[in-house]
Design a protein around this ligand. Structure first.
Ligand code: SF4
Ligand code: SF4
Ligand code: SF4
Length: 297
């Protein structure tokens, strides 16, 4: 990773901020924001972080709300040495300011029983494609393994969510009614048949693609028809919170990659300085922007 030595940047606070070195209110001191893609670090990396925090900080670490680790209270004369020592363990600096930030991800299907998708690979791909690219304002991406939404895809400028489309194969259905009662959005309707049996119908516009029905039906009568990615754009917390707007549901991976690329480029071209992606959507009209991104305008 080739970055300018921090000592050459001292005095250029914006350049330091870009590489995750943030001046504290105690102006001689910096907080070092570290880059843990999807919140993943090895135990060896954690040991090195602790060592550096002891040596150059005050033995204190801060866990950020976005899976980040920060070492606080590092004197400006030590920031370069601290960075070099972290890099020996493969720990690199994060980012701050108006640019693409560290990618957040939940564990996904590597360990979570609800995981619909692998979250780690897309998070790493997004990191290697876009990390630190300049944008009109801060730009946050998250990958979450299913609609439980633990990584808060809907609170990020770009949010990727694992999703399934269920289908009812009624042969073995015992008419227990469980799927109707457990669906979180009332997207399953029981309809009586003339022979006294029932059929169960998916109301697709209500379905949030969560897989609770396919995972819970005791007769395996709800099956996964399609597995993919739901893509949200324009989510943000902060001073003016806004939940993400769904751009498209149940995308395959190439479609997902294309639409993320287009969304980011659209924002870089049309966003105003210090205007979040979602607020640009509201200014220009979400329906219009969605259509232009989908059409590749
Ligand atoms: S979002 Fe889904 S896959 Fe990810 S941790 Fe939460 S429940 Fe598991
Ligand atoms: S949970 Fe399964 S078995 Fe029970 S009513 Fe629904 S589809 Fe039929
Ligand atoms: S996938 Fe989730 S939201 Fe859709 S029908 Fe099944 S339980 Fe309901």
């Amino acid at each position: 990773m080739s970055e300018k030595p921090a000592r050459e940047l001292w005095g250029d606070l914006a350049a330091l901020k870009k590489i995750g070195m943030v001046q504290q209110k105690q102006k001689e001191y910096f907080a070092l924001r570290l880059r843990a893609v999807g919140g993943d670090l090895t135990s060896a990396q954690l040991r090195k972080i602790v060592e550096v925090a002891d040596k150059y900080g005050r033995g204190e670490l801060h866990l950020s709300t976005r899976q980040g680790i920060e070492i606080h209270n590092v004197h400006h004369t030590d920031i370069e040495n601290a960075r070099k020592e972290l890099e020996t363990a493969g720990v690199y600096m994060g980012a701050c300011g108006p640019r693409v930030r560290i990618i957040v991800a939940c564990p996904g299907n590597s360990t979570c029983r609800w995981g619909i998708i692998d979250t780690k690979t897309p998070a790493k791909e997004l990191d290697s494609k876009y990390f630190r690219e300049d944008t009109p304002h801060k730009f946050k991406l998250a990958v979450t393994g299913c609609p439980h939404n633990c990584a808060k895809a809907t609170e990020n400028d770009i949010g990727v969510m694992g999703a399934i489309l269920p289908a009812w194969r009624g042969d073995a259905c015992t008419d227990c009614g469980l799927c109707v009662s457990i669906c979180p959005t009332n997207a399953i309707e029981k309809r009586p048949l003339p022979d006294g049996k029932s059929r169960y119908v998916l109301l697709e516009d209500k379905c949030i693609n969560c897989s609770i029905c396919t995972s819970s039906c005791p007769a395996d009568s709800w099956v996964v028809e399609k597995r993919g990615y739901n893509l949200f754009i324009g989510g943000t917390m902060g001073k003016i919170p806004r939940l993400g707007t769904i751009l498209k549901k149940l995308l395959d991976k190439p479609e997902l990659d294309t639409l993320i690329e287009r969304s980011l480029r659209y924002y870089q071209k049309n966003g105003r300085k210090k205007e979040r992606f979602g607020h640009m959507l509201d200014r220009l009209g979400a329906a219009q922007v969605k259509q232009e991104i989908l059409d590749g305008v």
